[in-house]
Design a protein around this ligand. Sequence first.
Ligand code: BT5
Length: 268
Amino acid sequence: MVSSMAGDGARPRGLGGGEALFGDIRRFDSIDSTNRYLLDEARRGAPEGLVAVADHQGAGRGRLGRTWEAPAGSSLLASVLFRPELDASQLHLLTVISGLAAADACFELSGVMPGLKWPNDLMVGHRKLGGILAEADLAPSAVSAVVVGIGINLSWPGELPADLSSTAVTLEEASGVVVKRDPLLDSILSLVELRYRRLGDPWGRAAQATEYKARCTTLGQAVRIEMADETFTGTGADIDNEGHLLVDVGMCLRKVTAGDVVHLRPIA
Ligand code: BT5
């Protein structure tokens, strides 16, 4: 159910006083998935910049068919629609800039700066604070739309579910600060807009990837890479200009464009 919509003259102002790119925000009390909603809207022709945010998702999605769990009102659950002029090989940069923006916004409002674990996690220590899910709607010859969903745990009403209690964390637990969803969303949207505009030229793309590289906690770590058809180990070595991970496997660097990364702790 849509509980309210911006767009009737109440659109937020963007950078430099212009109209904000992400000014049309659709708010839901409950929905299956904000990513699913925006992908459907994109197929119906919705313009770039549409945002969906929900108090609760009945079928919140993670990557690879996994689920994102969050009690009603506990989290930021939001998605944004991009229609990027990027090659398919550059699309991971949308996850990169969203992670950088989300981490900066968490720091601004709570004082805690989450770490960025490749490819899509916001971490506090070894526990997951948030995750990013980019899903593309590919037209025959080009990328027509990419929806980037962001889930961040703010304050849970009770105990974390048993399956998450050792792996997840909330921003309140990490910082002692109760961060409200809407100011966090506003901050993320304006920071993502700034970064997204910089993706339009090669220098801007390289600069974003370089910043991500400087902040990515996967580099220098012993890692296990889990892909659909293969698992291997190595050391996180570098991030290329498209935001992909390069893993040192001894004889060479292997590029990883998609997959799960497990940070292996050294054996004491
Ligand atoms: C992600 O997937 O981390 C992407 C999460 C994206 C969620 C947002 S919410 C708004 C938008 N709409 C959607 O439907 N989704 C997006 P992945 O890397 O595959 O991680 C998923 C795994 O994280 C699960 O299998 C659990 O182990 C764990 N997990 C689930 N809920 C969690 C939570 N609230 N906090 C921490 N970990 C969680």
